[in-house]
Design a protein around this ligand. Sequence first.
Ligand code: HEC
Length: 129
Amino acid sequence: MRSLIFALLAVAGPFISTAGAQPAPPAARGVSAESAPLPPEGEGRRLFLKYNCYGCHGMYATGGMGPNIVHSERGDVREAVMRGEDEGMPSYHQYFSDKDIRRLSAYLRSIGTDKEPTFKDWWIDIPPK
Ligand code: HEC
C-alpha cells in the first residue's frame, strides 16, 4: 500500500510542483499594469492615464488646469504625487510604489523623444506606440 502511494506521488509530483509556476494563459490574464510589461516609460504612460493625471495635466502632460509637467525631475514627481499639491492635486501615496514613481518620471522624461509612448488606452495589454 505504501509503495502504491509513493508511486502515485511520483506520477503526480511534477504536475503539483510546477502548477504554480506556469504562466497564465493569455485568456486568463488581467489588465493590470503588470500584465504585459512595457518599458518603464510605457508603464509610466499607463499610470499617467489610469490615474487620470491627464485630466489636469493634459493628454500629453503639456498642461491644462494643472501645469506643464513635461520633463519634471523625479524628485518633483515624487513630492507632488506622494504628498499632493495645492490647487487641488490629490496625494496618491496609497497607490504608488517607488517603482511607479520611476516609471512616471521615465514617461515624463521621454516626452518629445522617439521613446515617447502616445497610446491612450491604458487597459490594452500591448498597446500600439
Ligand atoms: C485635480 C487635478 C490634478 C490631478 C488629477 C493631478 N495633478 Fe499634478 N498638479 C496639479 C496642480 C494644480 C499642480 C500645481 C500645484 C501648484 O503649483 O501649487 C500639480 C503639480 C504637479 C507636478 C509638478 C510639481 C513641481 O514641482 O513642478 C507634478 C510632477 C505632477 N503634478 C504630477 C502629477 C501626476 C503624475 C499625476 C497623476 C498621478 C497628477 N499630477 C495628477 C493638479 C493635478
